[in-house]
Design a protein around this ligand. Sequence first.
Ligand code: ZN
Length: 408
Amino acid sequence: MGRIDETIDAIGEGIDLSPETVPFNLSMMNPFDRGLVSYSSPNKPTVELCLDKVGTHNLWFRRVHQFSYGGIPVIIDVHRHFMPKVLFERYGALNKPTWRHQEPTLEFTFYHKLYEVDRQLQDMDEAGIDIAVLNLAQWSLKGIEMCRLINDSIAAVVKEHPDRFIGCVHLPLEDTKASLEELHRGLGLGLRAWAILSSFLDITLDDERMSPIYDEVSRLKLPIVMHASLLPKGAESAYTIGRSLARGYDISGAALRIIYKVFQKWPDLQFILPHMGGVLPMMKGRVMAFFEPPPELGFKLEYPEDIRPLPKTLNELQATGAIPYFNKLFDKLYFDTGGACGWMPAMQAAVNAYLPEQIIFGTDYPMEIHTGKDKKWFIDNIKAMDIPAKNKELIFSGNLKRIFGLKG
Ligand SMILES: [Zn+2]
């Protein structure tokens, strides 16, 4: 086996790997441990080592990066967008207040705050948001070169402000090989989550083409930050139907594909769904009413013959023992609080439908909530909700800290 410390020196790129920073003996690590190993201690940055490839004789550290933040983060925004300025130039959107771009598979509104990092930070400060998770998943549809550009740009923002931003890696899912390579390259840049769409052209989340990527993301224990597909299959643009309604349906459909199919093979994947899960705060009851446990769970529900194909009431579901099986799957999903521009009836519906451990603060800034003032207004409204203080802490940062392994 090659000496681990030599390998790290080769790719450490100036990161402090002294015993004070990494206070455990690297040479003692089991060479057959694969995936993320992290270490943190009070007053020191968290250090993560990603073991990429383990062979009989060699061990490589694919990535070493540090993540640190000033103080204890209290509010983290999981749904935030950054777009490189070069794309504004490329699409003729520079120096315009907004610019609506439409093509058959992608509709997008260019908005200058997308690339204005300083403005984003000012708005975060005004709202009291400590950290934001950046993605531009919508544009990952445009192929490997676009994904590389987005990943490089977001990684540069994170590198400039490591205490304020976490970045997501974007993958061209139509090309599995390129996706896997870009996944590793993105992690090497310090990106810490995978940004996906609720559906990716003709690829839905239960598509077999996703399997190699799920394998790798599961192995690496990467959180998955989902974004609404901007123009889902079958959606129309008339009367804002695509933007206001169709995206919610697509997100909710993605949730069921995960529950019924993806979780059977990769039960530990951590999906953070956007827009409070789309229509699920309202429709979760109907989803339950039709619930049939996937055969892989090894449990067949014996519904009475005369109601078998009908939706079931909660009493009927409980009588057959279906609820624990449904909850076992559904409660593993996470939902961000974006999607309703801070409209509190939707937030209340999410709180009613989901566990506090499932809800994660997100604003969809700058697309959905545009200013620090309005973000603060949304935050203050959540703070004023009639729910326990510990649940608010989970929503504002506790759940995301747990998922990302953040300390504090
Ligand atoms: Zn968004």
